[in-house]
Write a protein that binds this ligand. Structure first.
Ligand code: NAD
Ligand code: TDX
Length: 387
């Protein structure tokens, strides 16, 4: 590392002013909730979010109510807006940046990669520039970059992703995340900016936007709609309950070493079809089809949720298997996941069954149009014989 500036100053995350980008999204909002409710945090969090289709202020309505002006502030804006970010850094005395903001859905990146390049690459670059300016002025700075296991590519039946696994991204989404990771590391080596990175596996839990597999399947099943499974349904993902991810990020802020990357995973590999079956089985218990008026209306012949499963075409470039080795964060920082998949999934399904107003609000946005466009395409791919 060429750290011309010298040593970093002591960080005090628990009392710092932290700029969280993308805090109105799924993981960002769960992170903010976790920090306020489950740690000894007594500083300020500035949630900076553009509020794209995926950003939703009601994800943090409880935090806004409890901590507004006593530690929590929302500021709307784009991470590409360097002047605005600089202004906020000064206004709030920010020393730590925790960077979640991104375009995050692989299927959307297939339809429209431009937004992914602009936000994930150019946006991260702009934020890094603002952090570099701050680093020129003080030594107690940290830039934590949230990334994904998808940058490592696709595994066969065996093996794991380690922190030093070569990058091999295969979708416009993962390629844009890989590019942003490279920029973050370049700022460490070139300018000495104290960065940390984490590459995490698939998250699930409350407030997950229902374009992603788990919430989409829950919502469709409850409404008696087809449950679309791409290809043969045997692609494997490594699932982590979102609160465990939030805890891992907090541990990295507290104890992580500058310049280091930490892999985070759930050590919970499941084929997609297993996940979909598990959701169906839990719903059988929580909302039996015979008592579900929407099923009676939409698919009266259906006796069991599993009958709704529909194999569609395959995602172009669909990565076969992800599996993360997270020994480093376990050994160095003492983190490990606390929720097992079966409990976490049940809790998540219960949350979606309870939070109908949140779901209705999402469905009133551009969501329905997206679902129509995406699944019309997958039907077409199926008809063309792919999958
Ligand atoms: P999300 O799509 O739910 O939320 C993204 C948030 O970023 C939204 O609130 C959106 O409004 C905001 N945003 C988008 N573009 C912006 C811009 N230009 N300026 C400011 N804000 C902007 O995403 P998520 O699932 O919460 O993912 C958060 C981060 O974690 C991403 O960086 C993603 O790559 C990474 N990640 C996600 C997962 C997962 O399973 N969801 C796993 C590993 C890593
Ligand atoms: O309708 C579907 N049917 C289906 O079979 C959807 C939406 C997905 N799938 C499959 C594709 C994947 O193999 O399920 C798996 C999970 O898909 P997604 O929920 O779209 O997640 P994934 O593509 O694995 O990426 C997620 O995890 C890594 C997040 O969206 C990324 O932001 C994160 O980096």
């Amino acid at each position: 590392m060429n750290n011309s500036k010298g040593a970093t100053g002591a960080l005090h995350p628990a009392s710092a002013a932290i700029l969280v980008t993308g805090g109105a999204g799924f993981i960002g909002s769960n992170f903010i909730r976790y920090v306020f409710n489950k740690t000894d945090f007594a500083g300020t969090i500035v949630n900076y979010d553009k509020l794209t289709y995926a950003g939703n202020l009601s994800n943090l309505a409880d935090i806004e109510k409890k901590f507004h002006n006593t530690g929590y502030v929302f500021e709307r804006g784009d991470i590409r807006d360097y002047a605005k970010v600089e202004e906020l850094i000064r206004k709030y005395g920010i020393t730590i940046i925790v960077h979640f903001a991104a375009e995050s859905h692989v299927d959307r990146s297939i339809f429209g990669p431009k937004e992914f390049v602009e936000t994930n690459i150019n946006g991260t670059f702009s934020l890094l520039e603002a952090a570099r300016q701050l680093w020129a002025e003080r030594s107690d700075v940290r830039f934590h970059h949230i990334s994904t296991d998808e940058v490592y590519g696709s595994l066969g039946d065996s093996g794991y992703f380690f922190e030093n696994t070569p990058y091999d991204p295969r979708s416009p989404y993962s390629a844009s995340k890989a590019a942003s990771d490279h920029l973050v590391r370049a700022y460490y080596h070139t300018y000495g900016l104290p960065v940390t990175l984490s590459n995490c596996s698939n998250n699930y839990g409350p407030y997950h936007f229902p374009e992603k597999l788990i919430p989409l399947i829950i919502l469709n099943a409850v409404e008696g709609k087809p449950l679309p499974v791409y290809g043969d349904g045997r692609n494997v993902r490594d699932w982590l309950y979102v609160e465990d991810h939030a805890d891992a990020i907090w541990q990295i802020l507290l104890k992580g070493r500058a310049g280091e990357t930490y892999n985070i995973g759930g050590e919970c590999e499941r084929e997609n079809i297993e996940v979909v079956n598990a959701i169906c089985d839990i719903l059988e218990e929580l909302r039996p089809p015979k008592d579900n008026t929407l099923i009676r209306k939409q698919s009266p012949a259906v006796g069991r949720y599993r009958e709704l499963i529909t194999f569609v075409g395959d995602r172009p470039g669909h990565d076969r298997r992800y599996a993360v080795n997270c020994d480093k964060i376990k050994k160095e920082l003492g983190w490990s996941h606390r929720h097992n998949f079966e409990e976490g999934l049940r809790h998540t399904i219960e949350w979606y069954l309870r939070n109908t107003a949140w779901i209705e609000q999402i469905k009133s946005g551009e969501y329905t149009k997206w679902i129509e466009k995406n699944y019309t395409n997958y039907k077409k791919l199926k008809n063309e014989g792919q999958g």
